[in-house]
Design a binder for this molecule. Structure first.
Ligand code: TXA
Ligand code: MG
Length: 338
């Protein structure tokens, strides 16, 4: 398939967004920017179009998609909007927060992977919002990476993964947040975080104190999970290991270097002086976790391009967006693919 690639600028903006919206309306698939990561979109109401997303990504069919909307009126798509969901929408939409709600029959089974619920998000990105409005339909979109790879935070990442596999790639700026949205299940009481992301637990609890993250306490038996979280995810090609503290880091470095492996380290500005001969990428300052989140996926992809054989990464505190950062690193560390 020939992929049309267009990079937005001030002159071509309206024309290119309209062109991409027409592809969506005609049942094609389009990679587009959001503030979290780039998405791979199709008309959420068109089962044949949505199927193309699964094929292009190599995504398991049991993994439901988030629908992206440009308005807070969800009545066409969901049965009810509980008070808690309304409060969260008022506080954080548009923004990196996905709400799980009971779906209406208008949302096809292939979009929700047969679940009775659907994830809905209003992205905080003017291009994404303009694209959804111009298309005139909700846009179903997972992250625009090949399944299992780190999510794309730039148009180059989308091109690397999807050129020749999708109809259109719409390029703009680098994704500001750099990590996916937080997913909150609003069909259960109390509401439960299925995936930590761009909105921190602390921010959510300031609006609704009962919200909890099972990963941070003890996982409750039978708690519904985001199906996608069971797969190895966000993963570079090289194995990744999280190290705790300077001593473990130096022990690990020595061990792998003795084995003759090409080691890559994801470090922070503060720890840079510790390294000499290794391949080192700084994720920014240790106490500026937003910067770390913004840079993480790009750094993981860069490590692959540099051909490292093992990636060591320093642990980050699980406060604020640190929870999402550590969640992604732990998933990337998982060895099995399912
Ligand atoms: O920031 C984001 O959320 C990005 C951008 C493009 O919006 N999208 C994204 O989509 O990360 P994806 O498909 O890569 O991840 C969506 C996650 C998956 O783990 C999926 O299983 C879960 O959301 N999910 C979707 N619908 C669900 C539902 N109805 N119930 C439970 N989990 C759901
Ligand atoms: Mg994804």
């Amino acid at each position: 398939m020939k992929t049309i690639i267009k990079i937005l600028n001030e002159l071509n903006r309206t024309e290119v967004i309209n062109e991409a919206a027409a592809v969506i309306r005609q049942g094609g698939i389009v990679a587009f920017p959001t503030e979290t990561v780039y998405g791979l979109g199709a008309n959420a109401l068109d089962p044949e179009a949505v199927k193309k997303i699964f094929i292009a990504k190599g995504r398991p069919q049991d993994n439901p998609l988030i629908i992206h909307v440009a308005s807070k009126d969800l009545s066409p798509y969901v049965e009810t909007v509980p008070t808690v969901a309304e409060k969260l929408m008022d506080a954080f939409w548009p923004g990196p927060l996905t709400l799980i709600l009971k779906k209406k029959a208008l949302i096809p089974d292939v979009t929700s992977a047969g679940l009775a619920t659907v994830g809905v998000r209003m992205p905080k990105h003017d291009v994404a919002l303009a694209l959804i409005s111009a298309a005139g339909v909700p846009i179903a979109a997972p992250s625009a990476n090949r399944s299992g790879r780190p999510s794309p935070t730039s148009v180059e990442h989308c091109i690397n993964d999807l050129d020749g596999r999708v109809d259109f790639i719409l390029g703009a700026d680098r994704s500001e947040v750099g990590l996916e949205s937080t997913i909150v299940d609003c069909t259960v009481t109390p509401p439960c975080i299925l995936r930590p992301g761009g909105i921190a637990l602390e921010q959510l609890q300031a609006i609704e104190p009962t919200i909890y993250f099972p990963g941070s306490t003890k996982a409750v038996e039978g708690t519904p999970k985001a199906p996608g979280m069971k797969y190895r995810h966000y993963a570079p090609i090289a194995p990744l290991k999280i190290v705790h503290g300077v001593q473990e880091l130096q022990d690990e470095l020595l061990k792998h270097q003795k084995q003759g492996l090409k080691v890559g380290v994801l470090a922070t500005e503060e720890s840079l002086p510790l390294y000499q001969n290794e391949i080192v990428i700084s994720l920014g300052h240790r106490n500026h976790l937003e910067e770390v989140g913004h840079k993480l996926y790009d750094a993981l992809r860069l490590m692959d391009e540099l051909g490292v054989e093992i990636i060591l990464v320093e642990e980050f505190p699980e406060i604020g967006i640190g929870k999402a950062i550590m969640n992604r690193l732990k998933k990337a560390q998982q060895k099995d693919s399912q």
